[in-house]
Design a protein around this ligand. Structure first.
Ligand code: AMP
Length: 533
């Protein structure tokens, strides 16, 4: 049995959360009507929106692929702009607060990790020239402000898009994940002929090969398929429970395992809308702030070793001035890590069923989009050629582990040690990836994935996937935490022409910052026009 004779005829997606409906819509579209797609989902309990942050390829690789324009899905999902992450108070000691404290050497305790791409000159990233300048006693401007256009635009609450919709810089979005699931359900069922079965899965049938052959439901349905996509969330009903795929626990590498989250009303007209996600350091973890329309989502990601749900809730209330008796909180506890393989036999785990990482690098929806892209690229027939499965599993594992390394780097490199939590972050056993990157960084080398240049900006999705842990992200993070290389890249001592040639790039960034500050609308005006007053 080969070729079309063996082709996949039916896919069942288990789970109707954001991952489940993203999977159904994406597969429905990508497989061009050749496969019957069914979503089996138990009625979900309503959840508060706590704000989800995404990365730039979401539009190009997902919504645009589905043929949905940006304004339409932004309206449907109550989306706002996200041009950067702003890290606040990761260096200085003190009680949790939203405003940046002063650094001992002057300047505020905050840094940005923008989605803009780092320029290079003579095939060497601008970061290396910045280190040399800094080392030689040149300009002392922080790395993010010297090497990216975006930081002053963030301070001025500017939109990354012009009022006519043209992008002025590279950006992503904050959105209401519940609205995404709801919108995609209507789209998948209405436009892509996806079948929605609202029922609870109660049993799994296996065939002689150990493959899943059907899912049984509470009301007596038997849903047969050739391929099953497990989007049942952290329960991992197929991958973990039915197939018993081992889970690689990474809780020793990352300290936070719990979240308390809520939504806070916000007066956008009076205060403007921040076009970035904030990550505010707390006493036993950090808090996200993701602006949406007239409100922001927020969640304290903490370590249950160092604080209790009650104490964490009180700290989050103090941060935003919330009344605990009238605010609704979502509490969750997470198993940090991933299944050894995301694709086992004829079951592919997408989203939390395949792994969980705290949202410090906003990987939730990113992992779903990337895994769907990889699944379609390696889409099997009923012979399930192991070569397809193995490549998929390798790529998903590398993506997860790279994001884990970038996340661990935040904790390892922070100089804070004023609470038991921050002292413990200094003791985390480092992954080999983190150890190697920090050694390379100290030696003056570029670190992270290879530099992504303008030609791959909107073209190569796989370069985009790797851009998350790019040299630019690592440099923003490490310089932002106050860790500098021991010396500039030694090779630069032999490239005086390159060093001189890179200098105008720094001046060009200053001019672009000024020009954009003068011409871009505020994020508030742009969003008000988009969503309607
Ligand atoms: P989330 O918790 O957002 O990751 O989504 C998990 C999804 O899996 C939800 O839509 C649940 O309804 C769905 N789910 C979990 N358990 C079952 C089950 N036994 N049968 C059907 N759907 C389920």
């Amino acid at each position: 049995m080969t070729g079309t004779a063996a082709r996949i005829r039916k896919v069942v997606v288990l789970g109707g959360g954001t991952a489940g409906w993203m999977a159904a819509a994406y597969l429905g579209k990508a497989l061009q009507g050749t496969v019957d797609v069914t979503v089996l989902a138990a009625p979900a309990r309503p959840r508060a929106c706590t704000g989800e942050a995404t990365v730039p390829h979401l539009h190009r690789a997902f919504f645009d692929f589905l043929g949905i324009n940006e304004d339409e899905w932004m309206r449907e999902c109550d989306a706002s702009f996200r041009t950067a992450t702003r890290f606040v108070n990761w260096r200085t000691e003190g009680a949790s607060e939203a405003a940046a404290r002063a650094l001992p050497a002057g300047g505020p305790d905050h840094f940005y990790q923008p989605f803009g791409l780092l320029a290079d000159y003579d095939r060497i990233p601008l970061s290396q020239y910045w280190v040399k300048r800094n080392h030689d006693g040149g300009a002392r401007e922080p790395f993010d402000y010297a090497c990216f256009r975006e930081p002053p635009l963030m301070d001025a609450l500017k939109s990354p898009r012009r009022l006519d919709g043209r992008a002025a810089t590279r950006y992503a979005w904050h959105l209401d994940a519940g609205l995404v699931a709801d919108f995609l359900r209507r789209f998948a069922v209405g436009k892509l002929a996806v079948t929605h079965v609202e029922d609870e899965m109660t049993g799994v049938d296996r065939d002689g090969r150990g493959h899943v052959s059907a899912l049984r439901t509470a009301s007596g349905r038997v849903l047969e398929a050739d391929l099953f996509v497990d989007c049942s969330g952290s329960r991992g009903l197929l991958l973990d429970r039915a197939l018993g795929e081992p889970f690689l626990d990474m809780s020793d590498q990352l300290p936070c395992d719990s979240v308390v989250a809520t939504t806070v009303p916000h007066d956008d007209a009076a205060h403007g809308v921040e076009p970035y996600t904030s990550a505010l350091a707390m006493s036993a973890g950090w808090t996200w702030k993701t602006p949406l329309s007239g409100r922001f989502g927020t969640g304290y990601v903490y370590s249950s070793r160092f604080t209790t749900p009650q104490e964490a809730t009180a700290e989050l209330c103090d941060l935003w001035g919330l009344d605990p008796s009238t605010t609704r909180f979502e509490h969750s506890r997470h198993r940090v890590g991933r299944t050894e393989r995301a694709w086992v036999r004829n079951v592919v785990g997408i989203g939390r069923s395949a792994g969980y990482l705290e949202p410090l690098e906003s990987t939730g929806i990113h992992f779903v989009t990337a895994a769907l892209h990889l699944l379609v690229k390696h889409f099997p027939d009923r012979t399930f050629n192991p070569a397809l499965v193995d490549v998929f599993n390798r790529e998903v594992a590398v993506m997860f582990d790279d994001a884990r390394d970038l996340t661990q780097t935040h904790y390892h490199c922070t100089p804070r040690d004023d609470t038991p939590f921050w002292r413990a972050t200094g003791e985390l056993p480092l992954t080999s990836g983190v150890r190697e990157r920090i050694a390379a960084y100290r030696a003056g080398l570029p670190v992270g994935s290879p530099h992504t240049d303008e030609s791959t900006y909107y073209g190569d999705f796989e370069a985009e996937i790797r851009n998350l842990g790019s040299n630019g992200s690592y440099y923003c993070l490490l310089t932002g935490l106050g860790l500098l290389p021991d010396a500039p890249l030694p090779a630069l001592a032999h490239r005086p022409e390159s060093v001189a040639g890179a200098e105008p790039l720094f001046q060009a960034i200053k001019r672009q910052q000024q020009n954009l500050l003068e011409t871009l609308p505020s994020a508030y005006d742009c969003l008000r026009r988009l969503h309607g007053a």
